[in-house]
Design a protein around this ligand. Structure first.
Ligand SMILES: O=C(O)CCC(=O)C(=O)O
Ligand SMILES: [Fe+2]
Length: 259
């Protein structure tokens, strides 16, 4: 069994070099960049997102709306199918941010200043090219799950990551609830037997005794957490719209983005 250490704090941590390294090692629960986006930038993003409109995941209950593509949906399919869709997803993302600002680039700049100058969009190979990063989602509830490319993408370049984080910018936040609960419990292969058949969710008994961090969605804030930890999104009152991507650490130390 993987050893899980207690987190050093349950408070929100700011973005700096040490906290980022601590997050990669799962020594702290999350980093919050308060007021990452202004009220006006969020409003403009919301309007642009409304204009484009959401698609819904196939076979995901409760429903989650999204704009953009995810590697996860192609994990058991032809890899080229994903890379064929990257350009279109990128064009739609550019359409949304052109009316406001680019959260992915703003975060990349902060990471270059604080953490490492090797930050880029994940790349597969000469044939496939780059991944897509910058998924926009409308989540009401997300079941207990993890996101970890060693499990979800063993035959993809991102499957080589040694740790994985996820950032979410809250573009529109519920007036109540919608908390993202992150448990201090890193996924390990034995946990697969706790997976609910036909769903992406896992049994809650896995985290019954785990420490938990409540990440409260506040519009304009960006929260980063270690997505190998089990996490879930609780129901809330009012719309909850996020922009997100994963941040993987490659064996050579490079940080890579994908969705
Ligand atoms: O919307 C959130 O707060 C987190 C959603 C989630 O499961 C993720 O970003 O991996
Ligand atoms: Fe997740």
């Amino acid at each position: 069994m993987l050893k899980t250490n207690e987190w050093q704090t349950l408070n929100d941590c700011e973005m700096n070099h040490d906290n980022f390294q601590a997050l990669l090692k799962n020594n702290i629960p999350s980093i919050r960049i308060s007021k990452f986006a202004s009220f006006e930038e969020c409003n403009k993003l919301s309007l642009a997102i409304e204009k484009v409109g959401f698609d819904f995941y196939k076979n995901v209950e409760p429903p989650i709306g999204r704009i953009g593509i995810t590697q996860f949906e192609y994990r058991n399919r032809d890899k080229l199918g994903y890379f064929d869709e990257v350009k279109k997803a990128q064009t739609t993302y550019n359409q949304v941010i052109s009316l406001s600002f680019d959260p992915l680039q703003r975060l990349a700049t902060m990471l270059r200043q604080n953490v490492s100058n090797k930050v880029q969009i994940a790349y597969e190979n000469e044939v496939c090219g780059n991944y897509f990063a910058g998924l926009i989602r409308h989540i009401n509830i997300a079941l207990l799950h993890i996101d970890f490319a060693q499990l979800d993408a063993p035959d993809w370049e991102i499957g080589n990551i040694t740790s994985q984080l996820v950032w979410n910018l809250y573009v529109k936040a519920p007036t109540q609830g919608g908390v993202c609960k992150v448990y201090n419990r890193q996924w390990q292969s034995e946990d697969e037997k706790y997976k609910t058949p036909g769903s992406y969710g896992y049994d809650y008994s896995l985290v019954a005794t785990s420490e938990v961090k409540h990440n409260i969605p506040l519009a304009g804030d960006l929260v980063i957490f270690n997505s190998r930890n089990f996490h879930e999104v609780l129901p809330g009152i009012g719309e909850r719209i996020t922009i997100s991507s994963f941040i993987g650490k490659m064996p050579g130390g490079d940080l890579v983005f994908w969705s």
